[in-house]
Design a protein around this ligand. Structure first.
Ligand SMILES: C[S@@+](CC[C@H](N)C(=O)[O-])C[C@H]1O[C@@H](n2cnc3c(N)ncnc32)[C@H](O)[C@@H]1O
Length: 485
């Protein structure tokens, strides 16, 4: 059933807001220059205040030094502005308590997923009223095509009787709802499914519950816990905070659409003394600013690892900034291990590069770029996904998995049959729905501005078909997944 009216125009899509093509390492132009001057400031030879900290995240206790030159040092009679949000106070509290700046990754993680005040935690951030729009919200065809992919994989797996269908970061639950509606006639498939939604936001979990038309299972057995059932295809459904909580033992089909880009990245900048990690500190006027670490930080280990994976020496030599995402590497490890032990596969769709990512972190509020450090918690933060690092992490985790792609979203959706689907939907719809379908289709698979557009220039649909990339990780013995052959 056609039900979507497009929400907003090109400027509302997170990926549209970057000005680089998918193959380019050039960067969005949203960053304020003041950020860089702060970082450069910390490179001055006077920036030598250092304190030894214990890194609780590292496996062994590591001693690191941090640049404290820009530490906020409140005068006795200073008064904090009362309008500061809980999250800003919390971030400043961490920096003060530590006695030094925090990494960009720590900042990003707190801003997005702090359990009390993170960007995703307490509200619906999607659509025209929110901050950005994603592909499943653009057209029902997106979720339907992912459903085709999942069913093809299930066929390749030999049609197992029990499958854990996992979605990482399901947003409003729109992709899963469209997927289930699309496959609902294929009883063999739907009856094998148990759906697992990995979602950190209680508000979004509730929204997903509603959009998937969930009800509690009827049971006459006493003492048996009642399961949630999505009435869209009669499938049991559970929610989890992390992938590790999804019970093992059955093959998995894992979908990650725009999940990896929300994982926290560490940023490094080349300085005269070598690669320095970019950190977030408090300046004298009590605002946040970037500084550079004077010494190697624990995340430098991940930088070194990433550099070893570089395709050529020039790939690193030409860069002055590098982003690394340890959480993406660890998540990929977990995915690959799970696929290796239980069988199945994962489909990762996101914007990014098939190589080292330079400096892509961006902040978007109400469909506009804003400064990363401005009013944290009120804007989305996201970074390009390093697909090459995902490949290496999966291959490192297990010899039983194979990694395919990345291919463009246009290639993925085209091969899965989106052209036939749009034609079928156009057969039976109103004029308004037809326009919505055409623009939605263009946004998903087109490249650049839609040539057929006759409306206002500022609303021209812009295709994301080549900016978004898709990668699959599967159990090797199942063969090459559709359409990565
Ligand atoms: C950019 S949104 C993408 C939503 C959806 N996949 C879509 O395409 O519309 C990121 C999603 O991941 C969730 N999320 C972000 N970080 C998470 C984490 N560390 N653990 C679990 N969920 C997370 C957010 O709450 C949100 O649902």
């Amino acid at each position: 059933m056609l039900r979507r009216v497009l929400l907003k125009q090109a400027s509302t899509c997170r990926h549209f807001l970057s000005n680089g093509a998918a193959t380019s390492i050039s960067l969005p132009l949203h960053r304020s220059h003041s950020s860089y001057s702060s970082s450069s400031h910390s490179e001055s030879p006077n920036a030598t205040f250092a304190e030894h900290l214990e890194n609780q995240n590292a496996q062994s206790t590591t001693t690191i030094s941090v640049d404290r030159s820009g530490l906020y040092n409140p005068s006795e009679h200073s008064h904090e502005p009362t309008s500061e949000s809980e999250l800003i106070k919390h971030l400043k509290g961490i920096i003060k308590f530590r006695g030094g700046p925090i990494t960009v990754a720590e900042y990003m993680e707190e801003v997005l997923t702090n359990p009390k005040a993170g960007f995703y935690i307490n509200r619906d951030v999607f659509g025209a009223e929110g901050d950005f729009i994603t592909s499943p919200e653009v057209s029902q065809m997106f979720g339907e095509m992912v459903g085709v992919w999942a069913m093809c994989l299930w066929e390749q797996m030999g049609q197992p009787k029990e499958v854990n269908l996992v979605e990482l970061g399901p947003g409003r639950g729109t992709l899963m709802a469209d997927l289930l509606r699309g496959v609902s006639k294929f009883k063999g498939f739907t009856e094998s499914l148990h759906i697992h939604m990995v979602e950190c936001s209680p508000v979004l979990q509730k929204l997903q519950h509603g959009n998937l038309k969930c009800v509690e299972e009827h049971t006459t057995c006493e003492g048996v816990e009642r399961r949630n059932i999505s009435t869209l295809a009669g499938t049991p459904i559970s929610w989890h905070a992390e992938l590790e909580q999804v019970p093992p033992g059955s093959p998995v089909i894992i979908i990650a659409h725009e999940f990896y880009d929300a994982l926290p990245v560490h940023q490094f900048q080349r300085a005269s003394r070598g690669w320095c990690e970019k950190m977030v500190d408090i300046s004298e006027d009590s605002t946040f600013r970037f500084v550079l670490s004077p010494q190697p930080t624990p995340a430098t280990l991940y930088l070194m690892k990433r550099c070893k994976w570089a395709a050529t020496e020039e790939e690193i030599e030409k860069l002055n900034h590098i982003e690394v995402c340890p959480k993406a590497m660890d998540l990929t490890h977990t995915i690959a291990k799970r696929i290796s032990s239980d069988g199945g596969g994962a489909l990762i769709i996101d914007y990014g590069l098939n190589g080292v990512v330079s400096d892509s972190l961006q902040a978007i509020r109400k469909h506009k770029f804003v400064d990363i450090l401005d009013n944290p918690g009120s804007a989305d933060l996201s970074a390009y996904v390093d697909f090459a690092a995902i490949r290496h992490s999966a291959e490192e985790a297990s010899e039983d998995v194979s990694v395919h792609g990345p291919i463009t979203q246009s290639h993925l959706l085209g091969s899965l049959g989106i052209n036939f689907r749009v034609e079928a939907l156009l057969q039976n719809c109103t004029d308004e729905q037809a326009e919505s379908l055409r623009t939605g289709y263009w946004r998903l698979v087109g490249e650049g501005e839609a040539p057929f557009w006759e409306g206002p220039d500022e609303q021209v649909p812009i295709g994301m078909g080549t900016r978004y990339l898709a990668m699959a990780i599967v159990k090797k013995k199942q063969g090459v997944p559709v359409p990565f052959q």
